[in-house]
Design a protein around this ligand. Structure first.
Ligand SMILES: Nc1nc2c(c(=O)[nH]1)N[C@H]1C(S)=C(S)[C@@H](COP(=O)(O)OP(=O)(O)OC[C@H]3O[C@@H](n4cnc5c(=O)[nH]c(N)nc54)[C@H](O)[C@@H]3O)O[C@H]1N2
Ligand SMILES: Nc1nc2c(c(=O)[nH]1)N[C@H]1C(S)=C(S)[C@@H](COP(=O)(O)OP(=O)(O)OC[C@H]3O[C@@H](n4cnc5c(=O)[nH]c(N)nc54)[C@H](O)[C@@H]3O)O[C@H]1N2
Ligand SMILES: [Mo]
Length: 661
């Protein structure tokens, strides 16, 4: 019997980036557990991560390429699958135009080696690709205007803050290792204020919860800025040396009196004063932003208004400070073959992700003939699903790469199974939170001889004579990808495999105060934003309201026990709607009732769960439910934010009625 222990990384699109150990016995993984040596995740992993083993050996995992014949799936060989795709792509190139090929991808798997999908199409020709984001786009665009890019502090630096505003983030569900730091901070006496329309379980680590009205955080931040300026709690030296546009901003916030802001946000004037004083007086103060508050049509400006608080109080570039939204760190040092392929001068045509369905139905110069989906489940996760599903079905030829027969997979003409993270070597990094690079080792051979995406696209490129496509082993591909990191930090590829590398001097974001904006300063007044047709100053754009027929707002945030649709896969339940008792009474609903929610887009059957942590006139359902249970995105509208082309999922207005089943 041969027993060995292999280090691998979590492949899920998450803040934390956990490290694992797999126990392998005679070529089979028998157990996995968190790797205690990882400096951030320290052996503690979540329920989703703990399911990696179950998912690898799951009886419903697809192991062979499947071709749809009539309405039935038929297994075909890997060679036949390659041949079929190659013929199809050649055919489109010769008879139509390569722009008729659409590649839709997302972040369903975070390893570098599976970025070869993009590389393949870069060498194939100019195709159609998505732009914008379903995830974090508005906030990223906002911080680009303000700072030049999104950078975060090392989480242990949050322990130096005297006040932490946890704003629109729910780490109890989405970012468990942040919870540990916040627990410790609270023990030390740090004030932690949770700002969220829902008193989520993250309130356990907070000293106070503020139930702001959805979509009004921009006004709340401007109200705080008003108080800070009026009470002279600003950092004049920081403003003088490092900020552009303070005078204009000061003028703009004059009208955002706490009384007016209280009307907009539902947060009373005294609380706004108190919050401002917590944040501005007792430095250092830190803001930890989530992605929930930017899934609105005003989401980008909301983040700019909040960033401004950091700039006027000088809580930037100092230990215990920062407006922590994302953490772009290692990504700047990743190079190699994929970026090289992007530089071949191909002019891809693009469409906004949130409008995928609409785009497929619109008249285009070169209509879409073939869609390739990798690392994504758009027929569950995209907005306005009914339209998306209808449009997707009409496309002549669809190929989906996944581990399981998802709702998107079911509509494909060809399904290509993919490898599991424990079946291949790879490198993981994230720009969300964790500052560490994780090298993930192959623990076992792929089940049933599955050909992973790395080898699949390599074979496809060979078949199609894409001469520029690098015909190299995976190890060499990964080595080239991290070459810039090796060069910049005098670390070898072999060392990167063994250590959890991070950039030592980047614990505090912007400590050198050399911002990546055009002026090199923090830009309260952004000419770039102005050129892009936006307000140069952070602006409060009034939150949307529903029409009379749809008086309630529905928000659909992230569940604790599933990463989007991935861990709902084998459950056939109906989603719960979480609703405040007062709101439920108004609509004649009781605990356990069935109800029907209706929006302009569609309707959904749900089970009522009374929860007074949810704000008044607000409904909450977790995202991720499959079609068999009822997907929340049947209700959401395809809308985008003011900047970054972010899907504004939470500007969703509905009605609810009891339903007898
Ligand atoms: N378990 C688990 N972990 C995950 C994920 C998952 O699906 N499951 N997904 C991962 C991914 S891809 C992402 S993007 C992140 C997201 O991580 P988070 O940003 O933490 O999560 P969200 O659920 O998107 O939203 C966070 C909070 O924003 C609140 N919110 C909604 N509207 C508003 C508003 O107008 N103002 C304020 N102040 N708050 C508001 C919601 O009530 C919610 O509690 O999580 C990652 N981690
Ligand atoms: N209503 C509503 N909708 C939302 C959100 C919301 O808050 N509310 N959040 C949005 C956010 S933040 C995000 S990030 C998106 C996420 O949208 P998606 O990324 O489309 O969502 P997932 O359900 O994670 O789907 C990823 C798929 O990749 C597959 N996969 C895993 N490993 C591999 C692999 O190695 N290769 C391939 N080819 N596939 C693999 C998984 O099995 C899964 O089916 O959803 C968005 N949708
Ligand atoms: Mo996301």
């Amino acid at each position: 019997m041969e027993r060995k222990y292999i280090q691998f990384a979590c492949s899920l699109d998450c803040f934390d980036g956990c490290a694992f150990t797999a126990e392998v016995l005679d070529g089979e993984v028998v157990r996995i557990e968190g790797n205690q040596e990882h400096p951030l995740t320290k052996g503690y992993v979540c329920k989703k991560g703990a399911q990696h083993l179950e998912r690898m050996y799951h009886p419903e995992r697809i192991l062979r390429p499947l071709k749809k014949v009539g309405t039935k799936w038929q297994e075909i060989s890997w060679d036949d699958a390659l041949e079929e795709i190659s013929d199809k792509l050649k055919d489109i190139r010769s008879k139509d135009n390569t722009l008729s090929v659409l590649h839709y991808y997302d972040s369903g798997y975070g390893g570098i080696s599976k970025m070869v999908d993009k590389m393949f199409f870069n060498y194939y020709g100019s195709i159609t690709v998505p732009r914008g984001s379903l995830c974090w786009g508005a906030g990223i665009a906002a911080q680009q205007y303000d700072f030049g890019e999104s950078r975060g502090h090392h989480p242990r630096d949050h322990l130096h803050a005297k006040t932490i505003l946890l704003w629109g983030r729910n780490p109890h569900n989405t970012n468990i290792h942040l919870m540990e730091y916040l627990t410790q901070a609270k023990k030390q006496g740090t004030k932690i204020v949770l700002i969220d329309p829902i008193q989520t379980k993250s309130a356990q680590v907070a000293t106070e919860h503020i139930g702001v009205k959805p979509g009004t955080d921009g006004a709340l931040a401007l109200g705080m800025a008003h108080c800070l300026i009026e009470q002279d709690m600003v950092d004049h030296e920081f403003i003088h040396n490092h900020v552009i546009g303070y005078e204009n901003f000061k003028d703009y916030v004059k009208t955002f009196t706490p009384e007016r802001v209280a009307d907009i946000t539902g947060v009373d004037a005294d609380t706004i004063y108190r919050l401002a004083a917590y944040y501005g007086k007792d430095k250092p103060s830190c803001i930890i932003l989530g992605y929930g508050l930017q899934r609105y049509s005003n989401g980008g400006n909301t983040v700019r208004c909040i960033d401004a608080l950091g700039a006027i109080t000088g809580n930037i570039g100092i230990s215990g400070g920062g407006v922590n939204y994302a953490n772009r760190l290692l990504a700047d040092y990743i190079g190699g073959e994929v970026p090289k392929s992007a530089a071949t001068g191909k002019k891809h045509r693009s469409f906004s992700r949130a409008f995928f369905g609409q785009y497929l139905e619109e008249e285009n110069e070169f209509p879409i003939k073939a869609v390739f989906v990798t690392k994504a489940n758009p027929l569950v996760q995209g907005p306005n699903l009914e339209r998306m599903i209808r449009a997707f079905k009409k496309i002549e030829y669809k190929v989906v790469f996944d581990m399981f027969m998802t709702d998107t997979g079911k509509q494909a003409d060809l399904f290509i199974p993919c490898t599991h993270v424990m079946e291949e070597d790879d490198i993981f990094l994230s720009s969300m939170f964790t500052p560490y690079l994780n090298y993930s080792q192959k623990a076992v051979e792929p089940r049933a001889g599955i050909i992973g995406e790395y080898e699949f696209f390599r074979a496809l490129a060979k078949k199609m004579d894409l001469e520029q496509y690098p015909d190299i082993e995976k190890d060499e591909f990964l080595r080239r990808a991290v070459k810039p990191l090796e060069d910049a930090f005098q670390i070898t590829f072999e060392d990167l495999k063994k250590t959890f590398f991070t950039i030592p001097y980047r614990e505090i974001a912007w400590s050198e105060r050399n911002f990546s904006t055009p002026s090199g300063k923090y830009e309260l007044y952004s000419r770039q934003a102005e050129q892009d047709g936006l307000s140069p100053l952070p602006q409060y754009i009034p939150a949307m309201e529903g029409a009379i027929e749809y008086p309630l707002r529905l928000i659909t945030p992230h569940p604790k026990d599933s990463l989007h649709s991935q861990h709902f896969a084998f459950k056939n339940k109906m989603p719960n709607v979480y609703i405040n008792e007062a709101t439920a009474n108004k609509y004649g609903l009781k605990q356990g009732d069935f109800a029907k929610i209706t929006t302009k887009q569609g309707s959904l059957l749900v089970k009522v769960e009374i929860d007074n942590n949810v704000g008044i006139d607000l409904l909450m359902i977790y995202e991720g439910w499959w079609h068999q249970s009822g997907s929340v995105n049947l209700l959401t509208e395809a809308l985008i934010s003011d900047m970054g082309e972010q899907a504004a999922y939470y500007d969703c207005f509905c009605n609810i009625k009891p339903e007898a089943l």
